[in-house]
Design a protein around this ligand. Structure first.
Ligand code: ADP
Ligand code: TPW
Ligand code: MG
Length: 576
């Protein structure tokens, strides 16, 4: 029952917001209290909502974004005005960039004072600031419009290309009182918030014809394909077509990574050689070298390769954003892939054996090489010997969520740790942003109840490290593995001036990250070798206790910028 003083005949802004969310099956809120949100959160919890309270708004926002990606419902984050809002804004912008549905709801100061810039408490024109950084932004001034405001925010977040939405709720709104019956009637249960978008049959035929005539076809699955929850259709399509596929980072596990059609272990070969490439919920951005240049078999970094592209995407303006798309197919991935499955008919010819054979050959060679590297047990644990253990643990716990950030800690984990179930890998996404770790981990554990393993570079972990208290407070089954190499990329950089201060990429040597988890009642363990790591991980997973494993990694093992060295101007200069 609510803890407020509303009487039976009236309701207020607090309750209208809570009831509007509940009416739309939203049962979880990620937040950080303060005026005017404190009482809202208290009452939301009183009304049976799950309220997860964080130590910094960015992580509450990241949690909302991850919840949106995992469930397909918009994740909800509440913050206070100005500084709280700004702290949440990075997460909102990141969600929008990643096409994850979330709604950032911030309290705001009095319009009359803000607009005259008279210096209100936490004064800021939040709506104007949020607008260019998200998909849509709204403000509600009257209690009777709360239903419409929440409905518009939900539709904007999940329909078409999903993204972040900002909803501005001035403090005064929460206290507004209105007739209870009229209030109830003003709420909207959103019907069909993410409507199917059926692709045009001729667009599907154009694409199928291209695939049919391809000698070296390739499918690329992106995180949009994972998000779409069209797992069965995608599996049927890949297996019926027989076409080799590459999963982008967060599409790993959509089909199990050990699937015989996965071309991950022959990635550079298939990208350079393919003649028809079908993108499914993946953009031709920097992560795919913009669809041109040497990666794609072009002769210079600007040249188009030899590919013709099919692009399956819900956004009609995505096609041709980097290179020409020969066959755009616009619609939701479930509907599009079903249409492909039908259009392919029964007499589909699988791709030529010399293409699939050449891929298999390279895969075998690379996998054998990788197995040899993983089997090594160097005296000082390195990324490979540590990740070999994590790889086994994920294999044994395929439903576990894997959160991953860092540079080397990211790149090596992505290529070494196989995923077996859809939407289980949550990482730095399109921006390559650090700081998503603990927010994503809390969301995955809180929303699904599954075990979470967060593989974190020691720098990456630092961005959200304080949220281990949140993990302990809610007793979440999260095991954080800090890949501790004493710094950003490695721990061995030197001060260019020769002075005594450490280099900008170096951290305190032998830092005891494990004690951070202990400080809040969780389990903290140091693992100096693969055996210790294996034991600690097994204990974390079987106990489901909040755990932090401080995995000591050879501080010389990483490379600067990990696998994106080519984007580092210092490296480009050295090369030239
Ligand atoms: P990745 O980084 O994995 O390559 P991107 O984030 O670049 O993936 O691309 C995701 C794409 O998926 C976006 O262009 C987005 O419009 C699209 N998308 C998201 N959800 C759907 C959906 N349900 N149906 C079709 N396309 C979708
Ligand atoms: C918000 C720049 C990219 S990767 C990284 C930074 C700071 C940390 C790498 O060190 P880590 O990993 O995590 O210890 P490892 O294994 O290589 O040692 N600020 C933001 N985002 C990004 N991407 C950066 C800075 C960066
Ligand atoms: Mg590091």
């Amino acid at each position: 029952m609510s803890t407020d003083t509303q009487d039976r005949d009236t309701t207020d802004g607090f309750h209208l917001v809570i009831n509007a969310l509940k009416l739309n099956d939203i049962d979880t809120i990620f937040a950080l209290p303060g005026i005017p949100i404190t009482d809202f959160l208290r009452q939301a919890q009183g009304e049976g909502m799950k309220v997860i309270s964080f130590r910094h708004e960015q992580h509450a926002g990241n949690a909302a974004a991850a919840a949106g990606f995992i469930t397909g419902k918009p994740g909800i984050c509440f913050t206070v005005s100005a500084p709280g809002f700004l702290n949440g804004l990075t997460a909102l912008a990141n969600a929008t960039t990643n096409c994850f549905p979330m709604i950032l709801i911030s309290g705001s100061s009095e319009r009359e004072i803000v607009d005259l810039q008279q210096g209100d408490y936490e004064e800021m024109d939040q709506l104007a600031i949020a607008k260019p950084l998200c998909k849509a932004a709204f403000r509600v001034l009257h209690a009777e419009d709360i239903g419409v405001g929440i409905a518009r925010a939900i539709r904007s977040a999940v329909s078409g290309r999903p993204g972040g939405v900002y909803l501005d709720l001035p403090a005064k709104l929460f206290a507004q009182v209105m007739d209870a019956e009229a209030g109830k009637k003003s709420l909207i249960k959103v019907v069909d918030p993410a409507p199917k978008q059926i692709p045009a049959p001729d667009a599907v035929m154009r694409a199928v014809d291209l695939l049919k005539n391809a000698k070296k076809p390739l499918v690329i699955l992106g995180k949009g394909a994972a998000y779409a929850q069209a797992d069965a259709e995608i599996k049927a399509f890949v297996e019926k077509s027989g076409i080799p596929y590459l999963p982008m980072s967060m599409a790993k596990g959509l089909l199990p990574d050990n699937h015989n059609q996965s071309a991950s272990a022959a990635r550079s070969y298939v990208l350079a050689e393919a003649d028809v490439v079908m993108l499914v919920g993946a953009r031709l951005n920097w992560l795919l070298s913009h669809g041109k240049g040497k990666t794609w078999g072009g002769s210079s970094s600007k040249d188009a390769g030899k590919q013709q592209f099919i692009q399956v995407d819900i956004s009609p303006t995505e096609a041709d954003s980097n290179v020409a798309i020969a066959a755009p197919v616009i619609g939701d991935i479930g509907s599009c892939i079903s249409a492909f499955n039908q259009a392919m008919g029964s007499g589909w010819n699988k791709p030529p054996a010399d293409w699939t054979g050449a891929i298999a050959e390279r895969k075998d060679k690379n996998l054998t090489k990788m197995a040899e590297t993983l089997a090594k047990n160097p005296p000082v644990m390195n990324f490979h010997s540590a990740l070999n253990v994590i790889r086994d643990t994920v294999k044994d716990n395929p439903k576990a969520y894997l959160v991953n950030e860092g540079a080397n800690a990211l790149d090596f984990t992505r290529s070494i740790v196989d995923m077996y179930e859809p939407r289980r890998r949550l990482d730095v996404g399109t921006w390559g942003i650090m700081g998503i770790g603990m927010g994503f981990a809390v969301a995955a554990a809180a929303v699904t109840g599954e075990q979470v393993i967060a593989v974190e570079g020691d720098s990456a972990f630092g961005f959200s490290g304080m949220e281990v208290e949140t993990i302990c407070r809610y007793n979440l089954p999260v095991c954080v593995v800090v890949m501790n190499n004493n710094g950003i990329y490695k721990g061995t950089d030197v001060n260019a001036s020769g002075g005594p201060e450490m280099a900008p990429t170096q951290f305190v040597k032998n830092a005891r990250y494990d004690m951070m988890m202990q400080a809040f009642g969780g389990v903290g363990v140091v693992a100096k070798n693969p055996e210790e790591l294996r034991k600690a991980l097994a204990e974390a997973v079987s106990s489901r206790k909040p755990t932090l494993i401080n995995a000591i990694i050879d501080e010389t093992a990483g490379t600067e910028s990990g696998r994106i060295t080519s984007l580092n101007p210092a490296m480009a200069k050295k090369k030239a």
